[in-house]
Design a protein around this ligand. Sequence first.
Ligand code: AMP
Length: 218
Amino acid sequence: MNIILLGPPGAGKGTQARVLCEKYSLVQLSTGDMLREAKKADSEIGKRAAAIMAKGELVTDDVVIGLIEDKIAEGGNVEGFIFDGFPRTLGQADALEELLMKTGQNLDHVIELFVDDNKLIERITGRFTCSSCGELYHKATKPPKEKGLCDICGAAGSFKFRQDDNEDSLKTRLLAYYRDTSPLIGFYHAKKILRKIDGLGSIDEIQKNIKNVIGKFN
Ligand code: AMP
């Protein structure tokens, strides 16, 4: 089963992808995470992407398609993928379709998480992750149970905020979402694989709604 999670920055794609991966034994492919890793490793791609990401603009299609192509080729014995933050343009969507076709796979569900713009700023500016295991937190809605300690791996004081999670960058990221990514909603609607989910609510509620919709169409 292959799933795309579609939605503006802060809609909860990463959080939901992590839970769904466990439930359905899928592999999460987040181009944002891959680019941040490339940046950390100071690779050529990372260096080129860093400034673009800081501003909240989109990295070119060829770069992100190349990253996804490598991961799909690595494939291995997986049940399928959850694409988180990819595709973000119609060009990327076409490329993904081709890549999956080459390996005899289909796209099963495109889950659109919709959230009011005003809520996104709240979500974005409060979120942080554990740099040891990647668990996602939020100051107001999901703080660690014990201050300074990761609930999952127990690492102490290893929380980090994203450089691009600020109001200025969010404005550009939202613009990019509505201009370049939202046309994908119509694209997948026409293919009859678009499932719309309200992205407001608790993590568990949203998870339940996603599972229901997947169950209904499988
Ligand atoms: P994300 O973690 O998905 O919010 O992505 C962080 C940043 O990485 C974005 O604001 C873009 O600059 C870049 N990025 C991630 N995925 C893509 C993509 N599929 N296409 C273009 N740029 C991307």
